[in-house]
Write a protein that binds this ligand. Structure first.
Ligand code: AMP
Ligand code: MN
Ligand code: MN
Ligand code: MN
Length: 282
Protein backbone atom coordinates (compact mmCIF):
# COMPACT_ATOMS: atom_id res chain seq x y z
CA UNK A 1 0.00 0.00 0.00
CA UNK A 2 2.97 2.26 0.53
CA UNK A 3 3.39 4.29 -2.65
CA UNK A 4 -0.33 4.78 -3.30
CA UNK A 5 -1.85 8.28 -3.23
CA UNK A 6 -5.41 8.53 -4.53
CA UNK A 7 -6.33 12.10 -3.61
CA UNK A 8 -4.20 15.00 -4.90
CA UNK A 9 -4.66 18.43 -6.48
CA UNK A 10 -2.82 20.34 -9.19
CA UNK A 11 -3.06 23.95 -10.32
CA UNK A 12 -5.88 22.92 -12.64
CA UNK A 13 -7.86 23.51 -9.43
CA UNK A 14 -6.54 24.66 -6.05
CA UNK A 15 -3.17 22.91 -5.89
CA UNK A 16 0.01 24.85 -6.62
CA UNK A 17 1.97 22.33 -8.75
CA UNK A 18 1.21 21.80 -12.42
CA UNK A 19 0.01 18.24 -13.21
CA UNK A 20 3.48 17.62 -14.64
CA UNK A 21 5.26 18.86 -11.52
CA UNK A 22 2.86 16.82 -9.38
CA UNK A 23 3.78 13.62 -11.25
CA UNK A 24 7.49 14.41 -10.92
CA UNK A 25 7.10 15.13 -7.19
CA UNK A 26 5.20 11.85 -6.77
CA UNK A 27 7.96 9.88 -8.52
CA UNK A 28 10.48 11.48 -6.17
CA UNK A 29 8.38 10.37 -3.19
CA UNK A 30 8.28 6.79 -4.56
CA UNK A 31 4.54 6.97 -5.27
CA UNK A 32 3.80 4.31 -7.91
CA UNK A 33 0.00 4.73 -8.10
CA UNK A 34 -1.25 8.30 -8.26
CA UNK A 35 -4.71 9.78 -8.80
CA UNK A 36 -5.03 13.44 -9.73
CA UNK A 37 -8.37 14.44 -8.21
CA UNK A 38 -8.95 18.12 -8.92
CA UNK A 39 -12.25 19.75 -7.95
CA UNK A 40 -14.94 18.95 -10.54
CA UNK A 41 -12.48 18.79 -13.41
CA UNK A 42 -10.42 16.14 -15.18
CA UNK A 43 -8.67 18.72 -17.37
CA UNK A 44 -5.26 17.81 -15.92
CA UNK A 45 -5.46 14.09 -16.64
CA UNK A 46 -3.87 14.04 -20.10
CA UNK A 47 -0.95 16.22 -18.99
CA UNK A 48 -0.38 13.96 -15.96
CA UNK A 49 -0.52 10.84 -18.14
CA UNK A 50 1.97 12.32 -20.59
CA UNK A 51 4.31 13.34 -17.77
CA UNK A 52 4.15 9.79 -16.40
CA UNK A 53 5.26 8.18 -19.66
CA UNK A 54 8.95 8.39 -18.84
CA UNK A 55 8.56 7.20 -15.26
CA UNK A 56 7.49 4.12 -13.32
CA UNK A 57 4.21 5.52 -12.09
CA UNK A 58 0.61 4.66 -12.89
CA UNK A 59 -1.85 7.53 -13.24
CA UNK A 60 -5.39 6.68 -12.14
CA UNK A 61 -8.07 8.87 -13.74
CA UNK A 62 -9.72 10.80 -10.91
CA UNK A 63 -11.82 13.79 -9.90
CA UNK A 64 -13.19 15.17 -6.60
CA UNK A 65 -16.88 15.89 -7.12
CA UNK A 66 -18.74 18.52 -5.09
CA UNK A 67 -21.87 16.66 -4.21
CA UNK A 68 -24.71 17.00 -1.71
CA UNK A 69 -26.91 14.83 0.48
CA UNK A 70 -29.79 15.50 2.78
CA UNK A 71 -31.39 13.99 5.81
CA UNK A 72 -35.20 13.78 5.76
CA UNK A 73 -35.24 14.34 9.54
CA UNK A 74 -33.55 17.77 9.29
CA UNK A 75 -34.52 18.74 5.70
CA UNK A 76 -31.10 20.36 5.48
CA UNK A 77 -28.74 19.65 2.60
CA UNK A 78 -25.06 19.09 3.31
CA UNK A 79 -22.05 19.29 1.02
CA UNK A 80 -19.90 16.21 0.55
CA UNK A 81 -16.86 15.45 -1.63
CA UNK A 82 -16.86 12.24 -3.62
CA UNK A 83 -13.58 11.14 -5.13
CA UNK A 84 -14.19 9.28 -8.37
CA UNK A 85 -11.43 6.85 -9.37
CA UNK A 86 -10.35 4.71 -12.29
CA UNK A 87 -13.07 5.64 -14.81
CA UNK A 88 -12.75 3.65 -18.04
CA UNK A 89 -15.29 5.52 -20.14
CA UNK A 90 -15.02 9.25 -19.53
CA UNK A 91 -18.12 10.31 -21.50
CA UNK A 92 -20.79 10.08 -18.73
CA UNK A 93 -18.63 11.71 -16.09
CA UNK A 94 -17.31 14.47 -18.38
CA UNK A 95 -20.91 15.31 -19.27
CA UNK A 96 -21.85 15.63 -15.60
CA UNK A 97 -18.72 17.69 -14.94
CA UNK A 98 -19.78 20.24 -17.59
CA UNK A 99 -22.73 21.19 -15.39
CA UNK A 100 -20.58 21.10 -12.22
CA UNK A 101 -18.14 23.49 -13.91
CA UNK A 102 -20.96 25.88 -14.81
CA UNK A 103 -22.13 25.88 -11.20
CA UNK A 104 -18.57 26.45 -9.99
CA UNK A 105 -18.09 29.39 -12.38
CA UNK A 106 -21.37 31.07 -11.37
CA UNK A 107 -20.84 30.47 -7.68
CA UNK A 108 -17.42 32.12 -7.57
CA UNK A 109 -18.89 35.28 -9.11
CA UNK A 110 -21.74 35.18 -6.57
CA UNK A 111 -19.26 34.84 -3.70
CA UNK A 112 -17.26 37.84 -4.96
CA UNK A 113 -20.48 39.87 -5.34
CA UNK A 114 -21.42 39.08 -1.73
CA UNK A 115 -17.89 39.98 -0.58
CA UNK A 116 -17.83 43.36 -2.32
CA UNK A 117 -19.92 45.36 0.19
CA UNK A 118 -18.20 43.57 3.10
CA UNK A 119 -14.63 44.41 2.03
CA UNK A 120 -15.23 47.49 -0.10
CA UNK A 121 -13.80 46.11 -3.33
CA UNK A 122 -14.43 43.69 -6.16
CA UNK A 123 -11.77 40.97 -6.09
CA UNK A 124 -13.28 38.91 -8.94
CA UNK A 125 -10.74 40.07 -11.58
CA UNK A 126 -7.84 39.09 -9.29
CA UNK A 127 -9.44 35.72 -8.53
CA UNK A 128 -9.91 35.08 -12.24
CA UNK A 129 -6.27 35.95 -12.88
CA UNK A 130 -5.27 33.05 -10.58
CA UNK A 131 -6.90 30.48 -12.88
CA UNK A 132 -5.75 31.77 -16.28
CA UNK A 133 -9.17 33.39 -16.77
CA UNK A 134 -10.97 30.03 -16.56
CA UNK A 135 -13.83 30.63 -14.10
CA UNK A 136 -14.83 26.96 -13.95
CA UNK A 137 -11.57 26.26 -12.12
CA UNK A 138 -12.15 28.74 -9.30
CA UNK A 139 -12.45 27.28 -5.80
CA UNK A 140 -12.96 29.03 -2.50
CA UNK A 141 -9.21 28.49 -1.93
CA UNK A 142 -8.49 30.97 -4.76
CA UNK A 143 -10.85 33.48 -3.18
CA UNK A 144 -9.24 32.94 0.24
CA UNK A 145 -5.75 33.41 -1.23
CA UNK A 146 -6.81 36.61 -2.96
CA UNK A 147 -8.21 37.96 0.31
CA UNK A 148 -4.81 37.26 1.92
CA UNK A 149 -2.92 38.97 -0.90
CA UNK A 150 -5.16 42.04 -0.60
CA UNK A 151 -4.35 42.23 3.12
CA UNK A 152 -8.00 41.73 4.07
CA UNK A 153 -7.18 38.63 6.15
CA UNK A 154 -3.87 37.26 7.41
CA UNK A 155 -4.32 33.60 6.44
CA UNK A 156 -6.64 31.61 4.11
CA UNK A 157 -8.26 29.95 7.12
CA UNK A 158 -9.36 33.40 8.33
CA UNK A 159 -11.05 34.06 4.98
CA UNK A 160 -13.11 30.91 5.48
CA UNK A 161 -13.87 31.66 9.14
CA UNK A 162 -14.78 35.29 8.58
CA UNK A 163 -16.46 35.31 5.16
CA UNK A 164 -16.83 32.22 2.99
CA UNK A 165 -17.56 29.16 5.10
CA UNK A 166 -21.08 27.94 5.74
CA UNK A 167 -23.03 30.37 7.91
CA UNK A 168 -20.87 33.39 6.94
CA UNK A 169 -22.12 36.32 4.86
CA UNK A 170 -20.35 35.45 1.61
CA UNK A 171 -21.07 31.72 1.74
CA UNK A 172 -22.68 30.26 -1.35
CA UNK A 173 -23.73 26.63 -1.33
CA UNK A 174 -22.46 24.42 -4.17
CA UNK A 175 -25.78 23.32 -5.61
CA UNK A 176 -24.39 20.41 -7.61
CA UNK A 177 -25.05 16.71 -8.12
CA UNK A 178 -26.82 14.70 -5.44
CA UNK A 179 -24.85 11.95 -3.71
CA UNK A 180 -27.01 9.31 -5.36
CA UNK A 181 -26.53 10.71 -8.88
CA UNK A 182 -22.80 11.18 -8.29
CA UNK A 183 -22.33 7.50 -7.42
CA UNK A 184 -24.52 6.41 -10.33
CA UNK A 185 -22.58 8.49 -12.87
CA UNK A 186 -19.22 7.28 -11.56
CA UNK A 187 -20.41 3.70 -12.00
CA UNK A 188 -21.74 4.45 -15.50
CA UNK A 189 -18.20 5.56 -16.30
CA UNK A 190 -16.80 2.30 -14.93
CA UNK A 191 -15.20 3.99 -11.93
CA UNK A 192 -15.29 3.67 -8.14
CA UNK A 193 -16.92 6.14 -5.74
CA UNK A 194 -14.95 7.10 -2.64
CA UNK A 195 -16.31 9.14 0.24
CA UNK A 196 -13.54 11.73 0.78
CA UNK A 197 -12.36 12.85 4.25
CA UNK A 198 -15.52 11.66 6.09
CA UNK A 199 -14.66 13.47 9.31
CA UNK A 200 -13.97 16.88 7.73
CA UNK A 201 -17.50 18.11 7.13
CA UNK A 202 -18.22 19.65 10.53
CA UNK A 203 -20.88 16.99 11.04
CA UNK A 204 -22.02 15.45 14.32
CA UNK A 205 -21.00 11.80 14.86
CA UNK A 206 -24.64 10.86 14.23
CA UNK A 207 -24.61 12.60 10.87
CA UNK A 208 -21.27 11.06 9.87
CA UNK A 209 -22.78 7.67 10.64
CA UNK A 210 -25.89 8.51 8.60
CA UNK A 211 -23.77 9.78 5.70
CA UNK A 212 -21.71 6.57 5.55
CA UNK A 213 -24.91 4.53 5.81
CA UNK A 214 -26.57 6.24 2.81
CA UNK A 215 -23.28 6.28 0.87
CA UNK A 216 -23.22 2.48 1.23
CA UNK A 217 -26.94 2.23 0.44
CA UNK A 218 -26.49 4.19 -2.81
CA UNK A 219 -23.73 1.77 -3.84
CA UNK A 220 -20.64 3.76 -2.80
CA UNK A 221 -17.47 1.68 -2.95
CA UNK A 222 -14.92 2.94 -0.44
CA UNK A 223 -14.28 5.41 2.36
CA UNK A 224 -11.09 7.44 2.60
CA UNK A 225 -9.16 6.76 5.81
CA UNK A 226 -8.62 9.81 8.07
CA UNK A 227 -5.00 11.04 8.16
CA UNK A 228 -2.81 9.85 11.05
CA UNK A 229 -2.90 13.33 12.63
CA UNK A 230 -6.59 12.90 13.46
CA UNK A 231 -7.41 11.45 16.92
CA UNK A 232 -7.35 7.65 17.28
CA UNK A 233 -10.99 7.74 18.38
CA UNK A 234 -11.98 9.35 15.04
CA UNK A 235 -10.15 6.67 13.10
CA UNK A 236 -11.78 3.94 15.21
CA UNK A 237 -15.24 5.34 14.52
CA UNK A 238 -14.57 5.37 10.76
CA UNK A 239 -13.05 1.86 10.88
CA UNK A 240 -16.17 0.56 12.64
CA UNK A 241 -18.52 2.04 10.04
CA UNK A 242 -16.41 0.74 7.15
CA UNK A 243 -16.62 -2.75 8.63
CA UNK A 244 -20.33 -2.44 9.44
CA UNK A 245 -21.23 -1.57 5.83
CA UNK A 246 -18.70 -3.87 4.14
CA UNK A 247 -17.00 -0.95 2.35
CA UNK A 248 -13.49 -0.89 0.94
CA UNK A 249 -10.99 1.80 1.89
CA UNK A 250 -9.09 4.43 -0.05
CA UNK A 251 -5.97 6.36 0.88
CA UNK A 252 -5.01 9.83 -0.26
CA UNK A 253 -3.05 12.74 1.12
CA UNK A 254 -5.31 15.52 -0.30
CA UNK A 255 -2.04 17.19 -1.31
CA UNK A 256 -2.42 20.83 -2.43
CA UNK A 257 1.25 21.87 -2.77
CA UNK A 258 2.27 25.11 -1.07
CA UNK A 259 -1.35 26.09 -0.43
CA UNK A 260 -1.38 23.55 2.42
CA UNK A 261 2.34 22.96 3.06
CA UNK A 262 1.67 20.72 6.07
CA UNK A 263 0.17 18.05 3.81
CA UNK A 264 2.85 15.86 2.23
CA UNK A 265 2.40 14.02 -1.03
CA UNK A 266 2.28 10.26 -0.55
CA UNK A 267 1.76 10.57 3.19
CA UNK A 268 -1.13 8.23 3.85
CA UNK A 269 -2.46 6.26 6.84
CA UNK A 270 -2.04 2.51 7.25
CA UNK A 271 -4.87 0.06 6.79
CA UNK A 272 -6.33 -1.82 9.71
CA UNK A 273 -6.27 -5.61 9.50
CA UNK A 274 -9.10 -6.88 7.33
CA UNK A 275 -9.52 -3.65 5.35
CA UNK A 276 -9.32 -3.94 1.58
CA UNK A 277 -7.87 -1.17 -0.56
CA UNK A 278 -10.01 -0.01 -3.47
CA UNK A 279 -6.87 0.10 -5.66
CA UNK A 280 -6.82 -3.72 -5.59
CA UNK A 281 -9.91 -3.52 -7.83
CA UNK A 282 -8.24 -1.29 -10.46
P1 AMP B 1 -14.86 24.78 -3.00
O1 AMP B 1 -14.87 23.43 -3.65
O2 AMP B 1 -14.82 25.90 -3.98
O3 AMP B 1 -15.95 24.93 -1.98
O4 AMP B 1 -13.50 24.89 -2.22
C1 AMP B 1 -13.24 23.94 -1.25
C2 AMP B 1 -11.75 23.89 -1.03
O5 AMP B 1 -11.37 24.97 -0.19
C3 AMP B 1 -11.36 22.64 -0.26
O6 AMP B 1 -11.09 21.57 -1.10
C4 AMP B 1 -10.09 23.07 0.40
O7 AMP B 1 -9.02 22.95 -0.48
C5 AMP B 1 -10.34 24.54 0.67
N1 AMP B 1 -10.78 24.76 2.05
C6 AMP B 1 -11.95 24.39 2.60
N2 AMP B 1 -12.03 24.78 3.88
C7 AMP B 1 -10.87 25.43 4.14
C8 AMP B 1 -10.34 26.09 5.28
N3 AMP B 1 -11.01 26.14 6.42
N4 AMP B 1 -9.10 26.65 5.18
C9 AMP B 1 -8.42 26.59 4.03
N5 AMP B 1 -8.86 25.98 2.93
C10 AMP B 1 -10.07 25.42 2.97
MN1 MN C 1 -9.08 21.82 -2.44
MN1 MN D 1 -12.35 17.76 -0.36
MN1 MN E 1 -9.30 17.34 -2.09
Amino acid sequence: MHGVDLHTHSNISDGTLTPQQLVEAAVEKCVHTLALTDHDTMDGLKIAQEAAQNHKIKIIPGVEISSQWSRPATKKSYGVHIVALNMQNLAPIEKALEQQKRIRAERSKQICDLLEPLIGQDIYPDVLAKVDQMPDRITRSHIAKTLVEKGIVARPQQAFDKYIKEGKKAYVKFDGLSLEDTIRIIHESGGFAVLAHPTRYDLSATNVRYLIEIFAKFGGDAVELPPAIEPASTRQMVDRMIAEHGLKVSVGSDFHGDYMPWIRLGNIPSLKEGQVGIWESF
